[in-house]
Write a protein that binds this ligand. Structure first.
Ligand SMILES: [Zn+2]
Length: 246
C-alpha cells in the first residue's frame, strides 16, 4: 500500500515534470529537454521546435520593405534611409506568436535570441555602419504596466552582435497612443505625429548614424515618427530594423 508521502512525492514529481515541459511557441508541441544538438540552430534552445525552426520564414529584401514604406509616406515625409526585418509574416502567422510572447508574456529571452539572429542578418547584408543602436521608446505608463520595453531586449542583442553602443536615452515618447492595429495608414501617421522628442542624451545625436529597433514593422508610421524625432534632434541618418515585417 502506498504511503501518503510516496503519493505526495509522485504527485510532486509529475507537477515538476509538467512545469519542466516547455512547448514550442509556434506550433505548441512539447519540446524535449535534450540539450540542443550542434546541428540545430541556436534559436531552438527553449522556445521553438526543430521543425518550426527549419520552416522559419525568410526575410524580404530591404529595398522591398523601403518601397512599401515609400508608398505610405508622401513627398519627403519618410525619415528612414534603409529598413531590414528578420522575417516576413502576416499578422495571423503562427510565427507572430514569438513576438506576442516577447511583448505580452515576458519572454525576454525570445527578444535576445531573435535580436542576435537579427544582428547576424544585418552583418550578412552589410547594414552595420552605425554610431548608436536605439529602440522605439514606449510610454512611461505602458512601461510601468508591462515592466519593460520589449524592443530594448532586441536592440541590446543587436548592439552586442554588431559591437556598437546601445543608448535608450536619445529619444523619448511623450504621448500615450492607443494601439494602431485598427487604423489605416493615413490615420496611423496622424496618430503618431509629435509623439516622440529628443531624450536626455539627445546631444549625442549630432551627425550620428542611428539604427532604430522595433519589434514589428507594419506601415512604419510609428518607427518613422521616432526616426523624424532623431533627425530633428541632430542625427545625420536613421536606418531601422525589426524582427518581423507584417
Ligand atoms: Zn514548433
Amino acid at each position: 500500500m502506498k504511503t501518503l508521502s510516496s503519493i505526495l512525492k509522485a504527485t510532486t514529481t509529475s507537477i515538476t515534470d509538467l512545469l519542466a515541459r516547455r512547448i514550442c511557441l509556434v506550433c505548441k508541441s512539447v519540446l524535449n529537454n535534450n540539450p540542443v544538438q550542434k546541428s540545430v540552430s541556436y534559436i531552438t534552445s527553449g522556445f521553438i521546435c526543430p521543425r518550426c525552426n527549419d520552416r522559419f520564414p525568410a526575410p524580404i529584401e530591404p529595398s522591398g520593405i523601403l518601397n512599401q514604406m515609400i508608398s505610405h509616406f508622401p513627398g519627403d515625409e519618410l525619415s528612414i534611409s534603409n529598413a531590414a526585418c528578420l522575417f516576413q509574416a502576416d499578422e495571423d502567422s503562427a510565427y507572430m506568436e514569438l513576438i506576442y510572447a516577447l511583448k505580452y508574456k515576458g519572454f525576454k529571452r525570445v527578444g535576445e535570441q531573435l535580436g542576435t539572429m537579427l544582428g547576424d542578418y544585418l552583418n550578412l547584408i552589410g547594414m552595420t555602419d552605425f554610431d548608436f543602436i536605439t529602440a522605439v521608446p514606449i510610454h512611461s505608463a505602458r512601461r510601468r504596466e508591462r515592466g519593460y520595453n520589449q524592443s530594448e531586449y532586441i536592440a541590446r542583442a543587436v548592439a552586442d552582435n554588431l559591437n556598437k553602443p546601445a543608448n535608450f536615452k536619445l529619444i523619448k515618447r511623450n504621448k500615450y497612443t492607443q494601439t494602431q492595429t485598427l487604423l489605416g495608414s493615413d490615420e496611423r501617421r496622424k496618430n503618431v505625429n509629435g509623439v516622440f522628442a529628443g531624450g536626455k542624451e539627445f546631444d549625442l545625436l549630432r551627425n550620428k548614424k542611428i539604427l532604430l529597433i522595433d519589434d514589428v514593422l507594419t506601415t512604419g508610421a510609428t518607427i518613422n515618427a521616432a526616426a523624424t524625432a532623431l533627425l530633428e534632434s541632430g542625427a545625420k541618418r536613421v536606418d531601422c530594423a525589426a524582427l518581423a515585417h507584417a
